[in-house]
Design a protein around this ligand. Sequence first.
Ligand SMILES: [Cu+2]
Length: 106
Amino acid sequence: MFLGEYYISMPAVLSPGRTVLRVKNEGFEEHDLQFTRADADSVTWRIEKRLSPGEVRTVTLDLDAGAYAAICDFAGHLGRGMFVDVIVESDSGGRPGKALGGPKMR
Ligand SMILES: [Cu+2]
């Protein structure tokens, strides 16, 4: 996934449980990354330390199923558009994906 001015680019759907992601800051400012639950407005996961410009880091998420937002809240970046909706759901459960149109039905 990629962070830059001012966007977060990543998959819209993740699987529950342990997920390893490669995060690159392809911008010229430092960026933060956290996942907040859409229904609770609470931070579920946060990167240990902001990424420097050009930095690549591998992080491990462990998220339960649900609706999240991935955001950077450093220096007002959130208000400039550094957020993206992310759905965490099992792709084996056959639950229909609604709003995103992303999850594949089999
Ligand atoms: Cu940022």
